[in-house]
Design a protein around this ligand. Structure first.
Ligand SMILES: C[S@@+](CC[C@H](N)C(=O)[O-])C[C@H]1O[C@@H](n2cnc3c(N)ncnc32)[C@H](O)[C@@H]1O
Length: 289
């Protein structure tokens, strides 16, 4: 018996994503959806959140009256999504292989989830699955990191990270223009319980510093400190996870959408600027005829 592959890589850091990036990314993404997707839908429209992750976007959409389904390949991500938005419907499926027919008025996929689709053939297949799941006239909105942007920013340097009282994490992306493939590495440090009173006092002082460093205007300093965190907190355990991505060209993405049948294809930055540059990811908007 053959089984269909499913993308499960996020199982290993679902807890961290749910506490950090999930809530963080959803704020700007929700604003974007309110501008480009929701105005075209009826107030009780059926929406698919493709690669929904921990579901931080689903909760406000359900609260606004939409009927939302979340699909993701990671069971652990969906466990958090169910906690964050219990009333939604969830599908543990792979974006490359799901088969649903004409039941959604809108489909969206946010935070560069589809960069994990490693070949153009698979991306075209994802778009075909989305197309079949939409009712006539239905909208599809998604964002992807693109080659020029990845070449500029994915340079094997720490770009994101936080120090919370009992754990810290840092994210380092890298990209190879020759293959248009890249990866981001997530390193997680976890505190060990301290026995001596002196160690506990020292830790309290450090935690005060870490709280201060959580201020947005001290991001540069925080990332510098995180770059040598193993020296600052030598007793904390450290694990490293790697997630592969593909930098699909903007032209290839456009062609794949057309192949799947989509029309009225436009792209813009998250702020609505139709001119893309290396500082912004590409947000595509299109519809089924
Ligand atoms: C960066 S997270 C984004 C989650 C959510 N969309 C957000 O904006 O926070 C990427 C998500 O895509 C999912 N994913 C990646 N490839 C997938 C695939 N082929 N099928 C289903 N889910 C996939 C991962 O499991 C993960 O939950």
């Amino acid at each position: 018996m053959t089984t269909t592959p499913r993308y499960t890589d996020y199982d290993t850091w679902a807890w961290l994503y749910n506490e950090t990036m999930g809530p963080d990314y959803s704020r700007a993404q929700l604003k974007f959806l309110r501008q480009v997707l929701l105005p075209d839908l009826s107030s009780n429209a059926a929406i698919l959140d493709l690669c929904c992750g921990t579901g931080q976007l689903i909760q406000p959409l359900m609260a606004a009256g939409y009927e939302v389904t979340g699909l993701d390949g990671s069971a652990a991500m969906l466990t958090y999504a169910r906690q964050n938005a219990p009333q939604a419907t969830y599908l543990l499926e792979d974006a490359r292989y799901f088969q649903l027919s004409e039941q959604f008025d809108g489909v969206f996929s946010t935070s560069a989830s589809l960069n994990h689709i490693m070949t153009l053939a698979d991306l075209t297949q994802v778009f075909g699955n989305v197309y079949r799941s939409l009712r006539p006239g239905g909208r599809f909105v998604f964002d992807l990191n693109h080659p020029a942007q990845m070449q500029k920013w994915w340079r094997n340097r720490i770009v994101e990270g936080e120090i919370i009282s009992h754990y810290a994490w840092r994210l380092t992306p890298e990209y190879d223009p020759a293959t248009a493939e890249g990866a981001f590495h997530v390193e997680i440090f976890q505190a060990q319980s301290l026995t001596s009173p002196l160690a506990r006092w020292t830790q309290l002082l450090k935690q005060a510093l870490y709280r201060l460093l959580s201020l947005r205007r001290l991001t540069g300093l925080r990332l510098r400190l995180l770059s040598r965190f193993e020296k600052i907190e030598p007793t904390w355990t450290r694990s490293r996870l790697t997630y592969r991505v593909k930098g699909h060209s903007l032209t290839d993405i456009h062609t794949a959408l057309e192949t799947a049948g989509f029309i009225d294809i436009t792209r813009q930055t998250i702020d609505g600027n139709p001119t893309l540059d290396a500082n912004h990811s590409a947000h595509f908007i299109c519809r089924k005829s």
